[in-house]
Design a protein around this ligand. Structure first.
Ligand code: DX5
Ligand code: ZN
Length: 222
């Protein structure tokens, strides 16, 4: 089986002591730092932008997994790369057009950053599958983007299977990431469907023993 990576979402961290919340990720055995950027337009919630991402970059050596939930993401590609994103994913339905989304993915890749598209539960895989050829990662939302702490939508695993099939058929090498409502009780189903990178916010930050939670999410222990 592929190595499973965990990307804790700092949205569920302590905003008064973000340094502690970020540093804890490597101590707990996490692999990436998931940064949820929301603009109050593509999603109703507002979180943080480039200054926060560049501040986090300075205090961790883990890769930054930046998830843009913003309208016209193509306008902000340079800024988030400059801020230190190692993975930069966005919702293609927020782009002005599919061509703009494709150009944004190409630009991300040309700068040596891993590019990816994100599918909200209501977005059909086939509507944007042509962009997969310009992706280094694909992120399937298992809740509607916007807030941490929501309930996992089981049907999202069908989209994971669809993405897995597409990747196999086209001989691509793209890891599948899942985001939203991931817990110790649904991690196995996601991994069985083809996920190798799991985002988890509340399951990790609200855990009394985050190190054990991360091991369980990786299926290293029961
Ligand atoms: C939702 C965000 C998620 C969220 C995950 O819009 O993209 O990354 O913070 O949090 P949990 O794991 O609590 O659903
Ligand atoms: Zn996210």
């Amino acid at each position: 089986m592929c190595k499973i990576l965990i990307s804790p979402s700092i949205l569920s961290g302590d905003f008064v002591n973000m340094k502690k919340s970020v540093s804890a990720i490597s101590d707990w055995g996490g692999d990436l730092v998931h940064c949820d950027v929301m603009d109050g337009v593509y999603v109703s919630n507002l979180t943080f932008g480039m200054p926060m991402v560049s501040a986090i970059k300075k205090i961790t050596s883990l890769p930054l997994d930046v998830h843009l939930m913003i309208t016209r993401p193509e306008k902000y590609i340079d800024a988030f790369i400059e801020a230190g994103a190692d993975y930069l994913t966005f919702h293609p339905d927020a782009s002005e057009s599919i061509e703009c989304a494709r150009d944004a993915l190409k630009k991300i890749q040309s700068k040596g950053v891993k590019s990816g598209i994100v599918f909200n539960p209501n977005i059909k895989f086939k509507d944007y599958s042509e962009l997969m050829y310009y992706c280094d990662i694909v992120l399937i939302m298992s809740v509607y983007a916007g807030y941490g702490g929501q309930k996992f939508i089981p049907e999202s695993l069908d989209k994971v299977s669809e993405a897995k099939e597409f990747i196999k058929k086209n001989k691509l090498n793209i890891p599948i990431e899942i985001d939203g409502g991931i817990t110790e009780s649904n991690a196995k189903a996601a991994i069985d469907a083809g996920v190798t990178i799991l985002v988890a916010g509340s399951a990790i930050y609200k855990s009394v023993d985050p190190r054990t939670t991360i091991k369980k999410l990786k299926l290293e222990i029961e």
